[in-house]
Ligand binder design. Structure first.
Ligand SMILES: [Fe+2]
Ligand SMILES: [Fe+2]
Length: 376
């Protein structure tokens, strides 16, 4: 690494073991830093930052392969603010293309002496590296994810030990990219399942067809104005889509009855909240969605204990359940029902105000008004 060379510390002075130990420490640090990140763009940013620090270089770039277009691309060229956000070129072009095609890493003491170095392109970016390490990301046999390169404006900066370290980092990068890909695929699968489930439910009743989507949106809007983090908002989106899933067991004659429900029919209708809990508790949600069955089932509970299915009151009613409750009532009031037309937003909020604060959480109601632009 540059520090090693700059400070003229040779293997003799600090000992081979020390250098190896230092590289191992660096590798562990990078692995730790990127190992837990699952969002792809965030992961790429982390890789670039961590690699630059680990190699004590000026800059690093990660080129990923776009198989459909046979191109290498980099979304973030670190430090090159004026450069287009996405850099693309053929996957056999330049140093990166050569490394990608051959799967052979390169250590370059002076780029000006390397025939594949595109000096004119570098000069146009305003950054001209002289030393480079370019390694393929080939943690899987016969497959290359892309190319990782580190650069410095001085010549002969990097050593063979640095190259070995970067190759080890590239293995970690490849594994992390695989994890991110797998996580994204699982998330897409989960999202499509939740959507299909809620669409199937809403389709049972053409009049209330988009109720689940609306409740999800209102719940996320309330959460936003309450300052809840993204993870909690995502939780509420899924809970909103699934909260009425228990209606799958409610007879259609009751669901779509044009007039007022009889007491018996209403009692039957109320069962859906408990059914939501029964159905959702059978799904093995990841810990990101823990308690979704309990809280989704509590969307008809009221702060004064007059709600159902359990008559929860006050502090026993979690914030997320209070949010779902307000979102659910607001959509029910403003959408058409079999027995009445949807109300205006003002009329709906005047009914909601009458239920606040003894039944509905005033902070949630206020946040919904902010989301709807009724108050500042
Ligand atoms: Fe409901
Ligand atoms: Fe509902």
């Amino acid at each position: 690494m540059k520090t090693t060379r700059d400070s003229k510390l040779t293997a003799e002075l600090i000992g081979e073991e020390t250098i190896e130990q230092r590289h191992l420490d660096t590798l562990l640090q990078v692995s730790r830093a990127i190992g837990t990140v699952l969002d792809r763009d965030q992961l790429i940013r982390q890789i670039i930052e961590q690699t630059t620090v680990a190699m004590n270089a000026d800059r690093s770039t990660l080129f990923l392969h776009d198989a459909k277009r046979s191109q290498l691309y980099s979304r973030l060229a670190q430090g090159l603010e004026d450069w287009p956000r996405e850099l693309r070129f053929r996957d056999d072009a330049g140093l990166a293309g050569h490394v990608f095609q051959t799967h052979q890493a390169l250590i370059i003491g002076d780029t000006f002496e390397h025939p594949l170095f595109a000096r004119d392109v570098a000069e146009r970016t305003g950054y001209v590296p002289r030393s480079m390490l370019v390694v393929p990301i080939t943690h899987r046999r016969d497959y290359c994810d892309g190319v990782l390169q580190v650069m410095d404006t001085e010549t002969n900066v990097f050593t063979a030990a640095d190259l070995a370290l970067l190759e080890a980092i590239a293995v970690q990068v490849g594994i992390s990219l695989d994890n991110a890909r797998l996580y994204a695929a699982q998330k897409r699968q989960f999202d499509s399942f939740v959507h299909a489930f809620s669409t199937a439910l809403d389709a049972r009743d053409p009049v209330t067809q988009i109720h689940s989507i609306n409740v999800a949106n209102f719940a996320m809007g309330i959460a936003t104005y309450l300052g809840m983090p993204r993870r909690e908002r995502e939780w509420l989106r899924v809970a909103g889509l699934l909260h009425d899933v228990g209606k799958i067991g409610t007879p259609e004659a009751i669901l779509t009855k044009p007039g007022k429900l009889s007491d018996d029919e209403f009692a039957e209708m109320k069962q859906h909240a408990a059914h939501s809990r029964e159905i959702l508790s059978q799904i093995e949600f990841t810990e990101d969605y823990e308690q979704i069955a309990e809280i989704a089932a509590a969307h008809h509970e009221k702060l004064d204990g007059s709600g159902y299915p359990d008559g929860l009151a006050g502090d026993d009613l979690p914030l997320k359940a209070r949010i779902l409750c307000v979102a659910d009532i607001f959509d029910a009031l403003t959408q058409d029902r079999h027995y009445r037309k949807g109300m205006s937003i003002d009329k709906a909020f005047s009914i909601i105000d009458d239920m606040t604060p003894h039944q509905l959480d005033p902070a949630c109601v206020h946040a919904l008004k902010q989301f709807m632009g009724v108050v500042a």
